[in-house]
Design a protein around this ligand. Structure first.
Ligand SMILES: Nc1ncnc2c1ncn2[C@@H]1O[C@H](COP(=O)(O)OP(=O)(O)OP(=O)(O)O)[C@@H](O)[C@H]1O
Ligand SMILES: [Mg+2]
Length: 265
């Protein structure tokens, strides 16, 4: 349902600062795939997600979603198919709006304008139920400004907003990295539950190798703008953190380097 072919993305081409962020990258996702993405610093992980979301256009190559060529379709038009959660808890929600206003906004992105008549009673009930499902007490704070929530609460809300319209693809870019371990654990659990509940096709960049192994049905390792290693289903279940690091070393002949990667849990 998602197909990336021969994607190239170069920043500052032809200057001394030239950076090949993506270099002939190929990736195909099947409906319902949950793919975890790991890689060294600057491997191109965020660029890959930006290319899929339409924040950036590739210099070469093509992107198809459900057999439709979307390579140069702008981000705002693609957003109805794509849910995103970023590393920064401040990025996915509007701080000066209440929880219910944020939810209404997210709903508005996926539905026709005519269906939107503000936050009425029925909708409020729907929002409460939705918030109850993640079980962190947000259902009692519908009128709280989102700017007052903790980072973890904001990420939970962002996840809900990114998923409740059942996007064709969910993109997560280290969305637990800025949280303390307990909150990161909680957000990981909520992610797992939401992805399972809606059967979402998901691409999740994580700096936690153990998490990349544990979650999802496929794992890809990126380096220098390419996918250098992939594991599916049974093969993925057998992976270990040490094994992955060794794999990187075997392929690249150098050590896996990332400032944020947690090698053990
Ligand atoms: N907007 C941009 N302008 C210029 N260079 C960029 C831009 N975005 C990314 N790059 C460069 O492209 C390369 C890939 O960056 P990217 O952010 O995709 O890596 P990443 O795998 O997400 O790394 P990290 O683990 O540090 O988040 C890097 O060398 C980076 O400096
Ligand atoms: Mg990144």
């Amino acid at each position: 349902m998602l197909e990336l072919k021969q994607i190239n993305k170069v920043f500052f081409e032809g200057t001394p600062d030239e950076k090949k962020a993506l270099n002939g990258l190929n990736l195909t996702l099947q409906e319902g795939d949950f793919v975890t993405v790991i890689g060294s610093n600057g491997a191109g992980k965020s660029t890959l997600l930006n290319i899929i979301a339409g924040v950036l256009y590739p210099d070469r190559g093509s992107i198809k979603i459900d057999d439709k060529n979307v390579t140069y379709i702008p981000e705002y038009k693609r957003s109805k198919w794509i849910g995103r959660v970023f590393q920064d808890p401040m990025a996915g929600t509007a701080p000066n709006m209440t929880i219910e206003e944020n939810l209404a906004l997210a709903l508005g992105r996926s539905k026709k304008r005519s269906l939107l008549k503000g936050v009425n009673k029925g909708r409020r009930h729907e929002f409460k139920e939705l918030l109850s499902s993640i079980d962190i007490g947000l259902e009692n704070r519908l009128n709280t400004k989102v700017g007052l929530l903790s980072g973890g609460e904001r990420q939970a809300l962002s996840l809900l907003m990114a998923t409740f319209s059942k996007p064709r693809i969910l993109l997560l870019d280290e969305h637990t990295a800025a949280l303390d371990p307990a909150r990161a654990e909680l957000i990981t659990k909520i992610t797992k539950d939401l992805v399972e509940q809606h059967q979402l096709t998901t691409l999740m960049v994580t700096h936690r190798m153990d998490q990349a192994i544990e979650l999802g049905n496929r794992l890809v390792m990126m380096d220098a703008g390419q996918i250098i290693f992939e594991a599916h289903e049974e093969e993925k279940k057998k992976l270990t953190v040490e094994g992955l690091i060794q794999e990187f070393q075997n392929i690249r002949g150098s050590r896996f380097v990332s400032d944020r990667t947690v090698l053990t849990s």
